[in-house]
Design a protein. Structure first.
Length: 256
């Protein structure tokens, strides 16, 4: 029994040692990255990527920690953030997905948004699964907004269903983001949602009008012109103006 106890203790000690070594290795590698030019950084990042793949998902929390640290303390060094996002994209892990999603919706840098969006697409269908779970009522509102914004950025067919699930959400900001994103899809499930949104708050109505104004294909399928004309009589000038512009864009006698 004593031998078993000693064996378990040794295994636990080795595991802790491995975790500590991993943390130290990542910290040292990032410190080295800050001292190199971009090409040297990229070569080092590729070496790191291969190394971390050997560690498996255990590397994710450490990488996420450093990504967040870079975002807060070194916001101007976008190259390091870009490289960390690329490395994280090789892991299909919820914590990594959430960290990249947060960066995507908070960074002011276009190149980082592009890298984060590509990373989430690279990770695959689990990205949508993780983000969909965050939409659940009861999840902190900040996380629900983050998930909604990220799904809106991805613009893939797999995001339609989760976005449809929140078009009647109690939070108008979530409804607006979902409506705008759904407007980019020519999917029959989206049309009734856009038509219903014409009766929603001004900002949501406007997103729906803009989306429907690009859908001349719907003119022979639904009473699109009539629906848009009702918006001309809304009390909000911004809505009426947007509706007039949409009707002009659609053209035709019925839109006159």
């Amino acid at each position: 029994m004593r031998e078993i106890g000693l064996s378990n203790h040794a295994a636990a000690k080795a595991f802790v040692s491995d975790e500590e070594r991993l943390g130290e290795e990542v910290a040292q590698a990032i410190a080295e990255l800050t001292e190199k030019d971009f090409h040297q950084r990229w070569d080092k990042a590729k070496q790191l990527s291969r190394r971390f793949s050997e560690w498996g998902d255990r590397a994710v929390p450490v990488l996420v920690y450093h990504l967040k640290d870079q975002s807060i303390n070194n916001a101007s060094d976008t190259e390091i953030q870009w490289l960390l996002v690329r490395i994280l994209s090789q892991f299909d892990h919820p914590e990594g997905v959430e960290a990249i999603a947060h960066l995507l919706t908070t960074t002011p840098h276009e190149e980082i948004r592009t890298a984060a969006s590509k990373a989430l697409t690279t990770i695959g269908s689990s990205t949508v699964t993780v983000l969909t779970a965050l939409l659940a009522v009861g999840t902190p509102e900040e996380q629900r907004l983050l998930a909604t914004r990220t799904l809106a950025h991805i613009r893939r067919g797999a995001t339609i269903a989760p976005l449809l699930s929140i078009v009647t959400d109690a939070n108008p900001q979530i409804r607006e983001i979902a409506t705008e994103a759904l407007g980019s899809f020519h999917d029959p499930r989206v049309t009734p949602v856009l038509l219903a949104a014409l009766s929603d708050q001004p900002s949501i109505c406007i997103e729906s009008i803009r989306a429907l104004s690009r859908r001349r294909d719907l003119l022979t399928q639904v009473s699109l012109v009539s629906a848009l004309k009702t918006c001309l009589y809304r009390s909000e000038p911004s809505v009426a103006k947007e509706a007039a512009t949409a009707l002009g864009r659609l053209g035709g006698e019925g839109a006159a």
